[in-house]
Design a protein around this ligand. Structure first.
Ligand code: BTN
Ligand code: 3PY
Ligand code: ZN
Length: 631
């Protein structure tokens, strides 16, 4: 709806500016263009002030308006993992991980933390403000996860920001700590398999723009489908974290499909495929403490790669699992800064640091720095009240449905929009039934979306698993289910159950080969020329092109809105979502070191033409902006 509303706005569209153009064009040449950008940003503020932001309408308001202050960098950034990577390479990082004793920590606040708690809506500016303090005050961190997963398309689609610029801005401010991204193997940062050369092009660009650690997974745990992405990471010289997705219940004999042998074999396959680090991704938070001890012990022993453990606290029991993992010798774990931890997010970083203090696995992080950082994130989180899920308590129900933390709140919102809010526990049970019907598969983006689509369809139509499986009953399956059964997401261990696959495909023969094997390579330069033409002849650089290749329509829509509204990423978050109040003043750093002082004087009445005059002062000069009243 945001896209449609904004596109209806009858503003002159020009496509002269991408963020890169602005970053690289000489100052003088730009004077008139910069003024133009000021007008565009004022137009955005005027529009949101008059009409509101479609995503925050009818949602809870933030408790306060003022932006939180980021911690002050206390010293020059000291040597961190990034220096090691730059000086000695990816293998040296892996060797060092194994050789040292402390438990290494990845901070996920800027990626999975807000993806799991705030529907991925955290804006770059709130991250960029914190980055210098990460570099200076928390240089012992193993990495900062700040890119990939759902953040890529949400940036373009909902936040009107360039995800690549976010990456470059963070990288520049954290020169000593490794950045980390989540990459969905052949699904890139999308929901479908891409041609091999698109995956390669994307990884190369991500490495150049600033990603140091690539956590690569496959949504069905099919190592075959991870090789192209893993090879591209290794070729780029960055750290390849080949990742096992954990599902099922290791110590439960009734879930024998995913047993110790299965995971150890996959770990060895990932090592053979070139992984520097073995990722263990417990996306739903299902790994129990005793299972963690057994699994991590076995992986350490049998595979020999350093292990990086990721989990979610949906159950409320993740801290116990992290402690068991630490005892079993895990090398690194993910945690979110306190204010962005717990619930469907990661375990609490500060509490892990404290729990291990004065033990052999002491993390070495400065607790005062952690608390200060978390205080900042607490203030940031408050600004996004509109996107809170309202989940009030830990839920052991996660062991029933096995939904990933990043999907849980989303699916709940989808259920609400279908009028199924009161039947959530039925949705949860049905999700579990669908998983069994599909052969007990790994559920993580995009396979988790397929299971979710099917479960919502069944609950809304009142269908049981038995009815769906009945060869005589006619069932209209969601497109995503048909696509997966065709083999377009790859193969789960043991394949899909023949009965349901046959019914979904109505006799069509499924493919069991790697989907990328049959996807035609994209002609990169031809595509660049076509996008440029579609957008009025502007330059499309490699970052833009990589964005387009992942999400053609989302990227073009973003660029069109950018032509209208300019660099709105520079606005404070409260202004971005709520506009301004009369007499309010804000400072906006439109270019590094170049600040616009904006004061909203007054909002006029709506004229006969349906337009409202909004009166501003921009750097002390009066400016009047007209926007349509759509209320
Ligand atoms: C910038 O150039 O960084 C942002 C736009 C600044 C516009 C200046 S403010 C004073 C003068 N009056 C205008 O209408 N535009 C310029
Ligand atoms: C993603 O792919 O975005 C995930 O967070 C999976 O856990
Ligand atoms: Zn996660």
């Amino acid at each position: 709806a945001f896209v449609e509303n904004l596109l209806k706005h009858p503003t002159f569209l020009d496509y002269s500016y991408t963020t890169k153009f602005i970053d690289t064009t000489p100052e003088l040449f730009q004077f008139s263009r910069r003024r133009d950008r000021g007008t565009k940003v004022l137009t955005y503020i005027a529009d949101i002030t008059v009409n509101g932001h479609p995503e925050t309408k009818d949602r809870p308001l933030p408790a306060h308006v003022r932006a939180p202050k980021a911690p002050v960098p206390m010293q020059e950034p000291s040597m961190g993992t990034r220096n090691l990577l730059e000086q000695q390479g990816a293998q040296a990082v892996a060797d060092w991980m194994k050789a040292q004793e402390q438990l290494l920590l990845t901070d996920t606040t800027m990626r999975d933390g807000h993806q799991s708690l705030l529907a991925t809506r955290m804006r770059s500016i709130d991250m960029i403000h914190a980055a210098p303090a990460y570099a200076a005050n928390l240089p012992q961190l193993f990495s900062v996860e700040c890119w990939g997963g759902a953040t890529f398309d949400v940036a373009y689609r909902f936040l009107q920001e360039c995800p690549w610029q976010r990456l470059r801005d963070l990288r520049a401010r954290m020169p000593n700590v490794m950045t980390q991204m989540l990459l969905r193997g052949s699904n890139g940062v999308g929901y479908t398999n891409y041609p091999d050369n698109v995956v390669q092009f994307f990884v190369k660009q991500a490495a150049e723009s600033g990603v140091d650690v690539f956590r690569v997974f496959d949504s069905l745990n099919w190592v075959e489908n991870m090789r192209v992405a893993m090879d591209a990471v290794v070729d780029s010289g960055k750290v390849c974290e080949g990742t096992i997705c954990y599902t099922g219940d290791l110590l439960n004999p009734d879930r024998a499909k995913y047993d110790l042998k299965y995971y150890v074999q996959m770990g060895q396959d990932l090592k053979d495929a070139g992984a520097h680090i073995l990722g263990l991704k417990d996306m739903a938070g299902l790994l129990k403490p005793a299972a963690a001890k057994a699994l991590i012990g076995a992986l350490k022993q049998e595979v020999g790669l350093p292990i990086h453990f990721h989990t979610h606290d949906t159950s409320g029991a993740s801290a116990a699992t992290v402690m068991a993992a630490a005892d079993a010798g895990v090398d690194a774990v993910d945690a979110a800064m306190d204010a962005f931890s717990g619930g469907t997010s990661q375990p609490c970083l500060g509490s892990i640091v404290e729990a291990l203090r004065n033990t052999p696995r002491d993390t070495g992080l400065d607790m005062a720095a952690v608390r200060e950082m978390s205080d900042y994130w607490e203030g940031v989180r408050a600004q996004y009240a509109a996107f809170e899920s309202g989940l009030m308590a830990p839920a052991s129900e996660v062991y029933l449905h096995e939904m990933p933390g990043g999907q849980f709140t989303n699916l709940k919102a989808q259920a609400r929009s279908l009028g199924l809010e009161d039947r959530w526990h039925e949705v949860a049970q049905t999700y579990a039934d669908v998983n069994q019907m599909f052969g007990d598969i790994v559920k993580v983006t995009p396979s988790s979306k397929v299971v979710g689509d099917m479960a919502l369809m069944m609950v809304s139509q009142g269908l049981t698993r038995a009815q769906v499986e009945d060869p005589k009953a006619d069932v209209a399956f969601p497109d995503s289910v048909v696509d997966m059964m065709r083999g377009n997401l790859g193969q789960p261990p043991g394949g899909f159950p023949a009965g349901i696959q046959k019914k979904v495909l109505k006799g069509e023969t499924p493919s069991t080969e790697r989907p990328g094997k049959h996807l035609k390579p994209v002609d990169i330069e031809e595509t660049r020329a076509a996008v440029s033409k579609e957008l009025g002849g502007i330059t499309i650089d490699d970052e833009d092109l990589a964005g387009y290749l992942m999400y053609p329509k989302v990227f073009v829509d973003y660029m069109e809105r950018h032509g209208t509204y300019g660099p709105v990423r520079t606005l404070p978050t409260h202004t971005f979502f709520y506009g301004m109040a009369p007499a309010e003043e804000i400072s906006v750093e439109i270019d590094p070191g170049k600040t616009m002082e904006i004061r909203l004087q007054a909002v006029g009445d709506t004229g006969e033409d349906g337009e409202v005059k909004v009166f501003f002062e921009l750097n002390g000069q009066p400016r009047v902006i007209r926007v349509p009243n759509r209320m």
